[in-house]
Ligand binder design. Structure first.
Ligand code: C2E
Ligand code: CA
Ligand code: CA
Length: 427
């Protein structure tokens, strides 16, 4: 009785492990009592010891979880879990769980850890609590448990610091919006066959009074975890509507309408009035909607494809152009290209930069170009840094390119100068 039967056949030491059990098993004797389990099949009985006797608490079946408090607390799992029949369970290791939570949202991680810790303290001190007996297994003063408690406190401190940093930054962003510290930098997008300037991508910059220019990757992810990103993106859109009209004026009598691309965070697709808010910004500014390109990523679409489809169709009806950003890095599938009203594919920088050293990247670019032609989409290759890359990319049939070869992102006044000299040179 109570033995783990050769459970290791299917173990993958990486993440969650599958554990196949025959007979009844006392889980707590065979692991460090620091994991939780999801029951895939079978039944598990949870019990505690009271006055030396086993007291069954509950029977859990398929889809239920036990050992959950061990994931976030400093102590080991204390109740005993016994498989009462053949069971299949998934093991969840605490570090995996903690990493996932922290990636998702450090504040949520912090609050969960605190709650579990408080629950444990309460259950230790509460005389009627079933969990009073839960501390019994700790009597063996296993050194691992003490280490774990230290790790936990350290982890908690780090969690608290990260969460606080994020909260402060979110607050600071709101303050910075009021102080008008955000502005777009514009990066030229040129036609590859003749190098004519077609338009620019607006990339947000935070001109911080003490820290200087802060790049978007340092604050957009934080802004995305709050609703602040909405204000940032709408601020950029408003500004883009103004700037593109100024650019067109500066360009004078050219044969084409310039465009400005703005980046939109995927989380906006959850908001019902997303497209109507955009419509009112476009209307207010009296910009020609054909001059505004909205850049969205593949993952943004895949989060809620139905909603995304409705929103994109609505935006397209308003005359806006839709570009799929970072193409090739997400869930590329033919199905959704057909389904969503997309006008432009932006090939991710990673493929462009590898084009001469990695035949796979070359093939990816080739495949994307042919895909784009099939669906009648334009292509912009991102991150072109060398003349050779530009030649190869153009040779594959890409219409347009963007990258340090042509220019880094520029403040608006510098972009105007770039525009003037580009028209003088290439028309
Ligand atoms: P992205 O949309 O893929 O923008 C292109 C990024 O690649 C920009 O970085 C640009 O400066 C950089 N880049 C362009 N050409 C080259 C090149 O030749 N070589 C290299 N190494 N890099 C190049 P940036 O400005 O730091 O922006 C990073 C990301 O931040 C953007 O990636 C976009 O996802 C996000 N972002 C920027 N502005 C906004 C915004 O207003 N709203 C939202 N939601 N996200 C934004
Ligand atoms: Ca972009
Ligand atoms: Ca991109």
């Amino acid at each position: 009785m109570n033995t783990i039967v050769k459970s290791a056949q299917k173990m993958n030491l990486q993440q969650m492990r599958s554990l196949y059990l025959k007979d009844a098993v006392v889980f707590s004797e065979k692991d460090n009592r620091d994991c939780a389990y999801i029951i895939e099949k079978g039944e598990v009985e949870i019990s505690v010891k009271r006055d030396g006797r086993k007291v069954p608490l509950v029977r859990l079946g398929e889809g239920e979880v036990f050992g959950e408090t061990a994931l976030l607390g400093p102590g080991a799992r204390t109740a005993t879990a016994i498989a009462t029949e053949d069971c299949e369970v998934f093991r969840i290791f605490p570090h995996i769980f903690q990493n996932r939570i922290m990636q998702l949202d450090p504040l949520v991680g912090l609050l969960m850890s605190l709650l579990v810790n408080r629950y444990r303290q309460w259950s230790i001190t509460s005389p009627d609590s079933v969990s009073e007996v839960d501390i019994l297994p700790c009597e063996n003063k296993d050194i691992k448990l003490l280490d774990r408690a230290d790790d936990f406190l350290l982890g908690l401190r780090l969690q608290k610091e990260t969460a606080l940093k994020e909260l402060r930054m979110a607050q600071e962003i709101t303050h910075a919006i009021e102080k008008k510290q955000f502005a777009p930098h514009l990066q030229p997008i040129v036609s590859l066959p003749d190098r004519k300037l077609l338009g620019f991508e607006a990339l947000i910059r935070w001109n911080h009074p003490e820290k200087g220019m802060i790049p978007p990757m340092e604050f957009i992810p934080v802004a995305e975890r709050t609703d602040v990103v909405w204000h940032l993106d709408m601020l950029m859109l408003r500004r883009a509507c103004q700037v593109v009209q100024e650019l067109q004026e500066v360009a004078g009598n050219i044969d084409r309408k310039l465009f400005l691309s703005v980046n939109l965070s995927g989380i906006h697709f959850d908001s019902k009035d997303f497209s109507s808010q955009i419509a009112s910004i476009i209307e207010e500014s009296s910009v020609d909607p054909a001059q505004i390109v909205l850049e969205i990523t593949e993952s943004a679409l895949m989060g809620n494809p139905k909603q995304a489809e409705v929103v994109l169709k609505d935006l397209r009806k308003q005359g806006l152009t839709i570009a799929l950003d970072d193409f090739g890095t997400g869930y590329s599938s033919l199905g959704y290209l057909h389904r969503f009203p997309i006008d432009i594919l932006k090939i991710d920088r990673s493929f462009v930069q590898d084009i001469h050293s990695n035949s796979k990247s070359l093939n990816v670019v080739r495949a994307i170009v042919s895909l784009a032609k099939t669906f009648d989409l334009s292509i912009v290759a991102e991150g072109i840094e060398s003349a050779n890359e530009a030649i190869s990319i153009a040779g594959l049939g890409c219409d347009a390119g963007q990258g340090y070869l042509f220019s880094k992102p520029l403040p608006v006044e510098k972009a105007m100068e770039f525009l003037i000299s580009s028209i003088a040179k290439n028309g």
